[in-house]
Design a protein around this ligand. Structure first.
Ligand SMILES: [Zn+2]
Length: 74
């Protein structure tokens, strides 16, 4: 950066005033009204656009098995 490109404090501040992060855009799941990130399956019921994408019952069993294995190791 060349010295003549430098801004003073107020110019720098007014530029950075637009750099704040915005919150995540959440929508409601049409099936269970759970807040959901857009274009992602619902973490509560595992559905996306009315279809079951993630079988949560199966997944819960798998995670239980995995936790049991880790408990045995420890
Ligand atoms: Zn849902």
């Amino acid at each position: 950066m060349v010295n003549r490109m430098r801004h003073n404090r107020s110019q720098r501040g007014s530029t950075r005033s637009h750099h704040a992060l915005k919150g995540i855009a959440l929508t409601k799941c049409p099936d269970c009204n759970n807040p959901v990130m857009r274009h992602q399956a619902c973490s509560n019921c595992g559905k996306y656009r009315g279809k079951v994408i993630i079988n949560l019952e199966k997944k819960a069993k798998v995670t239980k098995k995995a936790t049991k294995k880790t408990e045995k190791k420890a």
